[in-house]
Design a protein around this ligand. Structure first.
Ligand SMILES: [Zn+2]
Length: 346
């Protein structure tokens, strides 16, 4: 068929509030607001400049074409470079478009294919990304703390972990703080401490896993099934919940393969931790991670499956990461007694 619209055109035409360039849009709206904090304005401008410099350094400029978000666009570029030897897969990846939306809610979805458009559309909410940033930050305090023995520093780290965690579970407070502190403190952002490095690597690895999981839903043809609509959560009678559960494990495995195996990260502890961290983050929004839902297997089973994938590629790191996961999950359950009724990760 001719004149099919691209996934990008479909995104911009379908979703209310969809913008072509997320960061530029934010920068422009901050700039046009006379009351906006000048420090925020400056920080936004700086971010755009940094993206431009980065884009120019890799020879591709600031222009985004795999996503309306520069960072996500770069993740897809990375995936394409991972599969250099496999031209078919590389060509398929070039048909991906990830649209970031300002909608509230933890949302990342591979949108069902339709006859009028081509390419693979994925949408992700700003809040999902924000949660990944904050949770990576929270986890980084613990990761960094494990390498320290200095008591004063440990207390500071513990306070940092506590603060990020409380921010994380209190949405309103979280959004307020992010608006106030995050872009308003460029000095802090510029500081390159080891802990911040861990946090940003963990965020990148988690985002890569999440994106490649959604790409998996497309490439494994879960979005082709007649009428299965991930947006409305409508399940037609020809798709059993058992099949949906299998699809979820398959997408996790695909995500693991693309972001870790193809990316040659089998010896990278942070990358091997990221899929488990994504599950732990999702579990914070799930009172019963040991129970499956109609559409999804239990987070416990997804965790165990991913842990066994980590064990396959690196037994030593798997055991360390399992130990660490237990430590952080227990820490949360002790901080807020009964956050989960069971120690579902054991
Ligand atoms: Zn999924």
């Amino acid at each position: 068929m001719e004149n099919k619209e691209s996934a990008k055109e479909r995104f911009l035409g379908t979703f209310l509030g969809a913008v072509k360039d997320w960061d530029m849009h934010l920068a422009e709206s901050v700039n046009s607001n006379v009351n906006a904090n000048p420090i925020i304005k400056e920080a936004m401008q700086k971010m755009i400049e940094e993206q431009e410099n980065h884009g120019n350094a890799i020879g591709l400029g600031r222009e985004v074409w795999y996503s309306n978000d520069y960072f996500i666009h770069c993740q897809i570029l990375d995936f394409i470079s991972y599969v250099k030897g496999d031209q078919d897969l590389g060509d398929e990846l070039k048909l991906i478009y990830v649209g970031k939306l300002g909608n509230p809610g933890l949302d990342a979805e591979a949108i069902n294919m339709d006859m009028e458009s081509e390419g693979y559309l994925i949408k992700i909410s700003f809040e999902m990304e924000l949660n990944l940033v904050l949770f990576s930050n929270f986890v980084s305090y613990h990761l960094f703390g494990m390498q320290r023995e200095d008591k004063d520093q440990l207390i500071k780290l513990l306070l940092g972990a506590l603060e990020t965690f409380l921010l994380f579970i209190d949405k309103k407070e979280l959004l307020k703080k992010t608006e106030e502190v995050h872009p308003a403190d460029p000095k802090e952002r510029d500081q390159t401490s080891i802990r911040e490095h861990i946090a940003s690597e963990l965020f990148e690895a988690s985002m890569k896993f999440l994106l490649s999981h959604e790409i998996g839903h497309h490439f494994l043809k879960h979005t082709e099934s007649k009428g299965r609509n991930l947006v409305s959560k409508f399940i037609p009678t020809d798709v059993t919940s058992n099949q949906l559960h299998l699809d979820e494990f398959a997408a996790d495995n695909f995500g693991f393969d693309l972001s870790i195996v193809q990316g040659k990260k089998e010896n990278n502890k942070t990358f091997l931790l990221a899929p488990l961290v994504v599950i732990l983050m999702l579990a914070l929004f799930d009172k019963t991670p040991e129970e499956p839902s109609q559409t999804h297997p239990s987070l416990r089973d997804r965790y165990l499956n991913l842990l066994s994938r980590v064990t396959e590629v690196n037994e030593q790191i798997a055991s360390e990461n399992q130990h660490f996961f237990n430590f952080v999950a227990s820490w949360i359950n002790k901080l807020i007694p009964g956050y989960w009724k069971t120690e579902w990760w054991k």
